[in-house]
Design a protein around this ligand. Structure first.
Ligand SMILES: [Zn+2]
Ligand SMILES: [Zn+2]
Length: 462
């Protein structure tokens, strides 16, 4: 028989507890090997190695950056460039939206209608080509009450500016927009374009809820390329977009938390053999448009961020080590590749941690996120009917559903939108599943506001 009653073993000494619990690793201080102070997991991560979509919410003072597209050369593991920034207050910001990147947003569990602010660094298609998809399908999937907001630079002429590109996109999407007008529309087809003077270095183009975004001019072979810096709550991230390293970067990116620059390894001859690009084209492209690895490290040594990241690069074994060596020529501080797609960075004032995001190949769309502040769920009326946009003759050629549905099975077909005009329902009366899934972001934002109120009460108590 045990000397002690069940569950009442005598406690070990503090010295023994420390030896067992830390095992030689000082708890709370993760500086090991070549890691740096402050490079450690933020509280609240489910896994220190991987980010799994829809499993973590951000702390109220936390920023998360996800690389949704990482290369100028599109391929299945690397869509064209896009940097997604989420803030602990529930807001999100897209910086560039290259071809294919929108698939990674869906894989990341983000609803198309919650992606409503896009900042474009410049008008090379590898930085904006997913925009028509977001415009059309974001509208279809619930962006009924908030127009898409697009920020981008002016150019040498009116035709070179973001406004002109968006006008062209609207023309390109004319048929699609009219076709999708048989669905609820509201503000789905509205676009607010915020074109700024690309020469206005340091100009603030977004200033709301404590978030500012400023821009500056970059050298990318043609006027109109810009870099961006977002500041919020004492945290900042810079995405340079494409370009040659220039003095403006040092001035406006100085001291940021996460400095993300594009880069190209200096492997022109080998790369041309691997990627099939003639060496003269590769060399000329980099030397007139881009940032060599050596320059990326050099710029970081002047800017002194808490973390340097490089993206807009081929993520290939033969290049990655070369990139690191080139970066290390001048930059001895924290560095991580911003590639391949799905790299996730959590940032607080104390910690920065980089993980691999696990993006599924066959994700489902997230439910459209609605703002339930008014207590009502509102679906606008469709803009048009099939009869308005289709020759009746072709509808008459449709095969009678009774021919293909099996005997005894005949669903109620919804051949016309079932409601005339706007549909309005009290949120309380919604089926719980819809109320839950459509209100996730809204509830997150409300919780943030509560937390801020609580803090201000705490402060006034002091
Ligand atoms: Zn590019
Ligand atoms: Zn470019």
């Amino acid at each position: 028989m045990s000397e002690f009653p069940e569950g009442e073993h005598p406690l070990s000494s503090e010295e023994d507890a420390l030896a067992i619990m830390t095992g030689g690793v000082p708890m709370g201080r993760w500086k090991e090997g070549q890691l740096f102070d402050g490079i450690s997991p933020t509280p609240g991560l489910m896994s220190a190695a991987n980010w799994f979509p829809k499993t973590e919410s951000l702390g109220p003072d936390e920023m998360r950056i996800i690389f949704m597209g990482t290369s100028p050369m599109i391929r299945p593991g690397q869509a064209n460039t896009s940097v997604f920034v989420q803030l602990g207050n529930g807001e999100n910001f897209i910086f560039d939206l290259g071809e294919g990147s929108i698939g990674n947003y869906i894989a990341g569990g983000f609803a198309l209608n919650e992606l409503d602010k896009v900042f474009i660094t410049h008008l090379h298609v590898d930085h904006f080509a997913s925009l028509p998809y977001l415009y059309m399908f974001g509208g279809w999937s619930g962006r009924w009450h908030n127009p898409l907001q697009i920020y981008g630079p002016s150019g040498r002429t009116t035709e070179d500016g973001t406004n002109h590109m968006v006008e062209g996109m609207k023309q390109m999407c004319h048929w699609h927009r009219d076709a999708f007008s048989v669905f609820p529309v509201g503000q789905a087809w509205d676009l607010d374009v915020h074109e700024f003077d690309f020469r206005d270095n340091g100009g603030i183009i977004y200033d709301k809820d404590g978030v500012t975004v400023r821009h500056w001019e970059r050298s990318h072979a043609k006027d109109g390329a810009s870099g961006y810096r977002l500041d919020w709550n004492g945290l900042s991230v810079v995405w340079t977009g494409d370009g040659r390293p220039n003095r403006n970067d040092v001035e406006w990116a100085k001291g940021c938390d996460v400095y993300i620059t594009e880069t190209q390894a200096s492997l022109m001859a080998i790369s041309s053999g691997v990627a099939g690009v003639p060496p003269v084209v590769g060399r000329y492209t980099v030397d007139t448009h881009h940032t060599p690895g050596y320059a990326a490290g050099y710029m970081a040594s002047l800017i002194e961020p808490r973390l340097l990241m490089t993206t807009h690069m081929a993520f290939d074994p033969y290049q990655n080590d070369e990139t690191v060596v080139e970066i290390r020529e001048h930059w001895k501080g924290p560095f991580h590749l911003g590639a391949p797609d799905g790299i996730v960075v959590n940032v607080t004032r104390d910690d920065i941690w980089v993980r691999e995001g696990i993006l599924p190949d066959y994700p489902n769309n997230r439910s459209p996120q609605q703002d339930f502040s008014s207590g009502q769920f509102v679906i606008p009326a469709p803009g048009t009917k099939r009869e308005d946009i289709q020759n009746p003759g072709i509808r008459e050629t449709e095969v009678d559903p009774a021919e293909y549905y099996p005997q005894g099975y005949h669903p109620d077909l919804l051949m016309e939108w079932p409601v005339d005009g706007e549909f309005v329902m009290s949120v309380e009366d919604m089926p719980p599943q819809l109320r839950q899934t459509m209100g996730e972001n809204w509830r997150f934002r409300e919780a943030y506001k509560e937390e801020m109120k609580r803090r201000s009460v705490d402060d006034s108590d002091k």
